[in-house]
Ligand binder design. Structure first.
Ligand SMILES: Cc1ncc(COP(=O)(O)O)c(C=O)c1O
Length: 381
């Protein structure tokens, strides 16, 4: 033992954290309201402390409000949006279930990968990246595939497309199928009505429309989805995300499941409090107005949006990179010279578009004006 040497290379030699003051206008995370940062620095209490249990109840209520749902099983999953995404799949898909997935961007493909790993018999309908499915296309696909679950991405962050959802649930219910929806880039920024639209399972994240840091992710399931979970012959194959277990922590039993990330929940509570303070309609309107200001400014710079206006997301705009322009060089310049983060295209749209997010705290006119003038400079217009 005595001759084991200890590496001392870090002793007294780790610099203090020093991060630049970025303006985060990419696909997320967005900048965080100072009130949320202040809430995060409140000293943690225990994860079963009565005062924290009250915070959990408040988060559930505020999530129900923000999502416009009465679903009892509405919680914040400890993890990023992908954890909440996996929770919807893990708790609804049984091996051999037919799952139909609408793929019109990167995150549809992630759902395909996940559902397959949980033993689903996956079929897909696909659409060019930048377009949305029509109700007729969804109807035909449901009739052809007769799925137990239909999964759609409401707000495709890779393309900037808003998938209209009105009428989809009626089709699902006629065919005894559950409707699972990704609301990661819509919650808190785009009109979304979980109950009125008949959505059975939904997930989101904290770092986009809600404007909190990443790490506590909204999840909800309808009574129909809960019934499927209760009737499955075997338990959910993912222990950490099993809602039958999590319901005992978030519900009245208060049984220990995991040590909740206390301060992430403080942050989420404050973010949701800000949503309630502003009002949902007003918040959706703010996102739309600032996005339109941005789109008008782009047109003045002769820059084109990739997505038709009727299905364009206010939270995430894909801007076509003009012929002969090096998209990566421009976004690097914006970062290095103006501290502004935007992103390039993902997957099929790599090298073809920039992705600009105006979400939560960041959806404000001064950010739009700043980005447009920075664009003007770096593009030499
Ligand atoms: C539509 C969509 N789904 C899922 C995710 C995954 O969320 P996260 O990166 O928080 O794990 C993202 C992330 O950007 C997303 O945009």
């Amino acid at each position: 033992m005595n001759n084991i040497s200890i590496s001392d290379r870090f002793k007294g030699n780790v610099p203090q954290l020093d991060m630049p003051p970025r303006i985060l206008l990419g696909p997320g995370p967005a900048n965080v309201d100072p009130r949320i940062l202040a809430a995060m620095s409140v000293p943690p209490v225990g994860h079963l402390d009565p005062t924290f249990l009250k915070v959990m109840d408040e988060i559930q209520d505020l999530l129900r409000y923000t999502w416009q749902t009465e679903n009892e099983m509405t919680i914040a999953v400890a993890g990023t949006g992908t954890a909440a995404m996996e929770a919807t799949i893990a708790n609804s898909v049984e091996p051999g279930d037919k799952v139909l997935i609408g793929v019109k961007g990167y995150f549809g493909n992630r759902l395909v990968d996940m559902a397959g790993r949980y033993g689903a018999e996956v079929s897909t309908i696909t659409k060019t990246w930048g377009e949305a499915f029509t109700l007729e296309e969804i109807k035909t696909a449901i009739e052809t595939h007769q799925p137990k679950i239909l999964a759609l991405v409401h707000a495709e962050t890779s393309t900037g497309v808003r998938q209209p959802l009105e009428g989809v649930a009626e089709l699902c219910q006629q065919h005894g199928c559950l409707l699972l929806v990704d609301t990661v880039t819509s919650m808190g920024g785009v009109p979304l009505h979980i109950d009125a639209w008949g959505i059975d399972l939904a997930y989101s994240c904290s770092q986009k429309g809600l404007g909190s840091p990443p790490g506590a992710s909204p999840f909800t399931m309808s009574p129909r989805a809960v019934d499927k979970l209760k009737n499955r012959p075997k338990s959910v194959p993912n222990w950490y995300l099993d809602m039958a277990l999590l319901a005992k922590y978030w519900g009245s039993e208060r049984v220990y499941h995991h040590t909740a990330p206390i301060n992430m929940n403080y942050a989420l509570r404050e973010a949701l409090r800000l949503v309630a303070e502003e009002g949902l309609q007003e918040r959706w309107q703010r996102h739309q107005q600032n996005a339109e200001l941005f789109w008008d400014g782009l047109a003045e710079l002769n820059l084109e949006c990739h997505v038709a206006k009727e299905i364009r997301l206010p939270t995430l705009t894909t801007v076509k990179i003009p012929e002969g322009v090096d998209g990566k060089a421009i976004s690097t310049k914006l970062l290095n010279e103006y501290n502004i983060e935007i992103a390039g295209g993902l997957g099929e749209l790599g090298g073809k578009v920039w992705r600009v997010g105006l979400m939560g705290y960041n959806s404000r006119p001064e950010n739009v004006i700043l980005l447009l003038s920075a664009f003007k400079k770096v593009l030499g217009k």
